[in-house]
Design a protein around this ligand. Structure first.
Ligand SMILES: [Zn+2]
Length: 101
């Protein structure tokens, strides 16, 4: 069964739950609320991560930043592929396929 990430809308608790695709979301293990939302690792979140990364390189030249992207993008992409699968990544984050040769 797939593992899902959830966040409780009531107390903000984050948890993982394993259940079937057609089953309802589980109640929050912290406060027992049924108001839980699935957390989906999205491309925008991902791009944000890369931007943060670039922000860490303040003062770097354009070339250094480009190298950093070239170095980090495949790593980040692999993490996404591991979590969501190749198809989902290709569909939702095609920019991560960019080659920096
Ligand atoms: Zn809760």
């Amino acid at each position: 069964m797939p593992l899902y990430d959830y966040r409780c809308e009531v107390c903000g608790h984050r948890f993982e739950a394993r259940h079937g695709f057609n089953e309802d979301a589980p109640a929050c293990p912290n406060c027992a609320s049924a108001e839980v939302k699935r957390v989906i690792l999205s491309a925008p979140t991902f791009a944000q991560g890369i931007l943060t990364l670039a922000g860490d390189s303040r003062g770097a030249t354009k070339e250094q930043l480009r190298d950093k992207w070239a170095e980090e993008t495949p790593k980040l992409r692999k993490k996404l592929v591991d979590k969501l699968g190749e198809d989902v990544v290709n569909r939702n984050a095609p920019t991560l396929n960019t080659k920096y040769d």
